[in-house]
Design a binder for this molecule. Structure first.
Ligand SMILES: NC(=O)c1ccc[n+]([C@@H]2O[C@H](COP(=O)([O-])OP(=O)(O)OC[C@H]3O[C@@H](n4cnc5c(N)ncnc54)[C@H](OP(=O)(O)O)[C@@H]3O)[C@@H](O)[C@H]2O)c1
Length: 381
């Protein structure tokens, strides 16, 4: 990492570039943290040049970015030096937020939220496998890059020049740890300043099968040396609302969660929380336990569905084996059915119960409630 206490700042005569002159140092990340603790005002190199003024610090410059820029002029350790940003150094290469899984539902909503918050599209890299799904984002100026978790070269290219990465957990159960490892190792090589990882609620104490790969990924992050922040998401409300047509046809909500309560929240709220974390400073080392404000039982969910649909829906609790078999009968693959039944057992134990208030704090308003989600889903049927 490089810091520069800016004494002078000016534009390069050809119009596009900037120079800065001041006292600089190349420091290890640990000393960067110490530097921040000393309270120095930090201007990120990723901010538009207009926000930089003499007296501020330019920090977090990737050495690789400078070398790529072909003008790597910078003083040696703790000497007065120059930082020269030629006009042809594109700002996107200096600062960008990479969103993996941007072709998926959560990733797209994160990108949309960043755009709504006036992040310039050229500072966003929407990275994903089936990039044809996000061609519209490219038309809006967002960088769209191919990133397949199973292809390290594509991951490396997608992360090039980025400062922060939102690693959205993969969807292929059993493959996730290796896939996430590929992203974490690329982040190490690229000198990424922060990985935000979408983990699972209470990952460190959860007994759910789904939590195993999240726990392993959290360990990889700890061992990597890359600064990281954990977004430990509880269940999506959509896991329930997407099933409403079937539930209404059947007249029953079926599961194995007993009287357990779940702090489900909407995918959009989790996306807004992720965007807020990406845009905030000093997130390294934080752990957010994210979930709805008001946990609910399956019986309460059934009652809410009944009220919204004007039809009695009961909650039918089954032993996990029977529930998994029922899911297989309605077309869920065996592995998926087992995971869902196991997740319900986790809910019964309280594994997806969150009472941190982190989600509503990050999004600056109450989280979308189960009742609101059910009412709008029923109205949309
Ligand atoms: N908390 C919950 O209740 C809950 C529920 C479901 C999922 N999740 C987790 O949260 C993640 C995001 O949720 P979501 O709603 O956005 O899921 P989603 O719509 O299914 O999106 C999954 C994303 O993962 C990508 N992906 C899968 N394998 C990949 C690979 N090998 N390389 C690159 N990308 C790959 C998909 O890419 P393609 O578009 O190319 O397929 C897609 O972008 C999921 O992946 C899962 O880990 C959480």
């Amino acid at each position: 990492m490089i810091h520069l206490d800016v004494k002078k700042l000016g534009r390069i005569p050809d119009g596009g570039g900037w120079w800065a002159h001041g006292r600089g140092s190349r420091q290890a990340l640990a000393s960067e943290r110490a530097h921040k603790q000393r309270g120095g005002y930090t201007a990120r190199a990723n901010q538009p040049p207009a926000s930089r003024t003499p007296g501020c610090r330019i920090t977090n410059f990737h050495i690789s970015t400078l070398l790529r820029s072909a003008y790597p002029l910078f003083g040696s350790n703790r000497k007065v030096g120059w930082l020269y940003l030629p006009s042809r150094t594109p700002w996107k290469d200096i600062m960008s937020l990479v969103i993996t899984g941007a072709t998926g539902q959560l990733g797209r909503q994160v990108v949309e939220t960043l755009l709504e918050r006036n992040v310039p599209p050229q500072e966003i890299v929407a990275a994903g496998r089936a990039v044809e799904k996000i061609a519209d984002l490219a038309q809006r100026g967002v960088h769209v890059r191919k990133l397949d978790y199973t292809d390290a070269a594509s991951v490396g290219k997608a992360l090039k020049g980025a400062s922060k990465v939102l690693l959205i957990s993969g969807s292929e159960v059993g493959q996730q740890v290796e896939q996430h490892r590929t992203v974490i190792e690329a982040a190490q090589r690229e000198g990424i300043q922060l990985i935000a990882y979408t983990s699972i609620a209470n990952a460190d104490g959860s007994g759910m099968k789904l939590a195993v790969e999240h726990q392993a990924t959290e360990t990889l992050l700890e061992q990597s040396g890359v600064p990281f922040v954990l977004l430990r998401n509880s269940w999506y409300l959509e896991n329930y609302t997407d099933q409403l047509p079937g539930v209404l046809a059947q007249g029953a909500l079926v599961g194995s969660a007993g009287n357990g309560r779940v702090s489900a929240a909407s995918r959009a709220d989790y996306a807004q929380a992720a965007a807020a974390v990406l845009l905030a400073d000093d997130q390294a080392g934080r752990i957010y336990e994210l979930g709805g404000d008001k946990p609910f039982t399956m019986a309460e969910l059934a009652a809410e569905i009944s009220a919204a649909a004007g039809k009695h829906i009961s909650y039918q609790d089954l032993p996990p084996r029977e529930y998994a078999a029922m899911l297989v009968r309605v077309g869920v693959p065996e592995g998926g059915a087992e995971i869902l039944a196991d997740s319900d057992l986790g809910i019964a134990r309280g594994d997806l119960l969150v009472n941190s208030g982190d989600l509503s704090r990050l999004i600056g308003r109450p989280a979308t409630s189960m009742a609101e989600a059910v009412r709008s889903a029923v109205a949309a049927i």
